[in-house]
Design a protein around this ligand. Structure first.
Ligand SMILES: [Zn+2]
Length: 590
């Protein structure tokens, strides 16, 4: 066995924290473009190089939008969350996102961990109470969240400003400042009542956060500068809400109150920690999470959309600093936004495509390929059906699929096995060296979360092998010089085997099939499974699996003589007419 090329010693533990999808409905492809797919590519690559990876997330299920949506549908918040959790888990499974533990924020374990963190911060004096004015619906007696209140902007006079922000002048607002405030649910005028809440003392961490963020030269520059700009304006931030749906406040006199709950933002960020603890407990090794959260060499990578940077570079790190014995994030990988056919995703305008709808007609690897090569890694990008079809047909099928197909078909038809090579020519050796160099080039990009560059390099190498085959033409030469054709196909098969390994993080479904077509019998791209896990509050779904971390990020050693089964096509070429069909579907939804 050859050893992995990217590191000589055993890699440090890698924690992969993926933003928690809000359980308000099915996910659309914009949701998974920015964090789900990149995080999975990263985790799969790290496992292939032998790192012990823990990838965690879950559905974020508290907060007022859930209670309002549940009311609208006429079911309890819990039922509403159950329904959406099950849908989202299935979406993520079908996409092949290899979470170790994808759970939810309504488990007893999560409640316990959130309350422990709250108490630790409270005991250290980082949490205090303060009275503020809160909007209440006079007819229901329920708290109205800021974004459910609208009125005239006190700064610019815009008549439809929201309680949290004016979309006209962009200023942050407080609902109590609005002129003529009204509820967006029923139009009634809210009452403002004094209410006591807990606040987290963010300014206490400003200096330590600045020092820490300034030292993170490896972060994407926009993430670093955006985060530094937030620090001068840090204010204490409310961590409780007038609400009956959420984690109870773990203090005497508060715990029993039905109308006070921990604010959803505070409980959701703690989910990374609680999911890790759940994973460890479920395996019967309750202390194992510490390896990813407390060991000095462990690295935590956080994946999210750019609208969530604040939570991951300021709020969560401040909580971690306050708790005191947990590792800060190593990298915060924020992506930009994906738009669709030139405009923002909009459920109400039908300008949206849900993951499950997409996967009912197209293969998950085709979507993963598109989102990696044309996704919003560092700039906002636009999903178009025309570009999806073009990339699928010209690149995935035309370059990579074609290379695999002609190599394996020739080898299978003429030899039925990996052909026995003669002496390699200078040209053969040059090609092998270049393709083998991909392990450090592609791996280097992946280590720095540069996904587009990584897959671009792998595809460039695939083109080189295609070019080699076009020059050597083993299918012609087979008649006059069978030995040379055998050598050429042997070289090409080793290159295909190398590229299979490099592309496995991006294209796990097709690369596993290719792995088997190359005569391997083990699993290179394990897939997550949905299980029901018992919690002391009941049972809940968990998406996860035990993925082996076995170093295989290394050049092919596939032996000559290994029998090759009959190859099948890895990818489907799409009829260009699907572009118009999909655009018609989109118009019909609008
Ligand atoms: Zn305004």
């Amino acid at each position: 066995m050859s050893s992995p090329v990217s590191s000589a010693t055993e890699p440090d533990p890698i924690l992969v924290c993926v933003a928690w999808p809000y359980a308000s409905g099915p996910r659309h492809i914009g949701h998974v473009a920015g964090f789900g797919v990149p995080a999975d590519v990263f985790a799969r690559y790290q496992r292939l190089r032998g790192a012990r990876v823990l990838m965690v997330s879950g559905t974020d299920e508290h907060g007022t939008p859930i209670t309002y949506e549940a009311d609208r549908v006429g079911i309890s918040p819990r039922e509403f969350a159950d329904r959406n959790n099950a849908i989202i888990v299935e979406d993520l499974r079908q996409l092949g996102l290899s979470y170790d533990c994808f759970t939810r924020t309504t488990t007893r374990n999560h409640y316990r961990v959130v309350q422990e963190v709250f108490l630790r911060l409270y005991e250290k004096g980082y949490i205090f109470t303060r009275t503020q004015l809160g909007a209440v619906s006079p007819s229901t007696g329920r708290t109205l969240p800021d974004r459910y209140i609208e009125g005239t902007c006190p700064i610019c006079g815009y008549p439809e400003a929201r309680g949290d922000q004016c979309d006209n002048c962009g200023n942050q607002l407080d609902p109590v400042d609005l002129i003529e405030p009204r509820s967006r649910i029923d139009g009634e005028r809210p009452e403002f009542r004094e209410t006591e809440h807990f606040f987290f003392d963010l300014p206490a961490f400003a200096d330590r956060l600045r020092e820490w963020i300034e030292g993170q030269a490896h972060w994407r520059p926009n993430v670093r500068s955006y985060s530094l700009n937030l620090l001068p304006d840090l204010k204490p931030r409310a961590i409780t809400r007038d609400l009956d749906w959420g984690v109870p406040v773990p203090l005497p006199g508060w715990r029993e109150r039905p109308d006070k709950r921990i604010y959803v933002w505070f409980d959701a960020v703690i989910g990374y920690l609680s999911a890790s603890i759940e994973w460890a407990r479920t395996r019967g090794t309750p202390e194992a999470w510490r390896e990813w959260w407390q060991a000095p060499g462990a690295r935590g990578y956080y994946f999210m959309g750019k609208d969530n940077i604040t939570f991951h570079t300021v709020l969560w790190p401040a909580i971690l600093l306050g708790v005191g014995d947990l590792n800060l994030p190593f990298d915060v990988v924020a992506s930009e936004f994906l738009t669709m056919e030139g405009a923002r995703f909009s459920v109400s305008r039908g300008r949206v495509i849900e993951v499950r709808d997409f996967l009912s007609r197209y293969d998950p690897d085709a979507l993963r390929y598109y989102l990696t090569t044309a996704g919003p890694e560092t700039t906002d990008t636009d999903f178009t059906w025309a570009e999806f079809v073009r990339r699928n047909n010209d690149e995935l099928v035309g370059t990579w699929g074609n290379l695999v197909h002609r190599t394996l078909v020739q080898a299978h038809q003429n030899f039925g096995a990996v052909p026995e090579p003669g002496a390699l020519t200078e040209r053969d050796r040059r090609l092998r060296a270049e393709v083998e160099g991909g392990f450090s080039a592609v791996g280097g990009f992946l280590d720095r979360a540069r996904f587009k560059a990584a897959i671009g390099e792998a595809m460039r190498l695939a083109s080189l092998v295609n070019q080699y085959l076009a020059e050597e033409r083993p299918w012609h030469r087979i008649k006059e010089d069978r030995a040379r054709a055998a050598t050429t196909l042997f070289v090409a098969i080793r290159c295909v085997d190398d590229l299979k390994t490099m592309l496995t993080p991006f294209l796990p479904f097709s690369c596993q099939r290719l792995h088997e077509m190359l005569g391997y019998t083990d699993v290179i791209a394990p897939q997550p499974r949905v299980r029901e896990v018992e919690d002391d509050g009941g049972a809940h779904l968990v998406l996860g699996n035990d993925y082996e971390a076995r170093p295989r990020w290394a050049p092919s050693c596939i032996p000559a003589g290994r029998p090759l089964p009959r190859p099948a096509a890895l990818y489907r070429k799409l009829d260009p007419r699907v572009v118009d069909e999909e655009l018609d579907r989109m118009r019909a939804r609008a």
